[in-house]
Design a protein around this ligand. Structure first.
Ligand SMILES: [Zn+2]
Length: 124
């Protein structure tokens, strides 16, 4: 059997309800993981792409988050209904879905506009 060509990690981490960072579980992370699995199966990607539910990816403010390896493409604010587009455009077509890609400036920083201090500055 050939190795998997890609791995998708979908955060389904759950935090307590009052946690200031929020969590992907509260934003339909598990439903998104299932939608991605189904979309991959529908497109004959079984054995080529592996969709894994993940513990915290540490991008909670951008959830639900998905990371695609080996390209290291991060998606944020992904909805279950986006799954087919990710599969068709990115996994099959090779073009990341730009409207869902998290900019590098959002990853592993405490200063992006989505983090709570930034949200206060933006008046959100
Ligand atoms: Zn951000």
């Amino acid at each position: 059997m050939p190795k998997f060509q890609r791995h998708l990690f979908v955060c389904i981490n759950q935090r307590e309800a009052e946690h200031p960072r929020g969590c992907c579980a509260s934003k339909a992370g598990a439903a998104l993981a299932e939608a991605l699995k189904l979309a991959c199966a529908d497109h004959d990607l079984k054995g080529k792409v592996r969709v894994n539910k993940s513990q915290c990816l540490d991008q909670c403010e951008h959830g639900p988050t998905v990371v695609v390896y080996p390209e290291e493409v991060w998606y944020g604010f992904v909805k279950p209904e986006d799954a087919t587009e990710i599969v068709e455009k990115h996994l099959i077509g090779g073009q990341p879905v730009q409207r869902l890609v998290l900019p590098d400036s959002c990853i592993n920083t405490d200063r992006c506009p989505h983090r709570s201090s930034g949200m206060m500055q933006l008046g959100l």
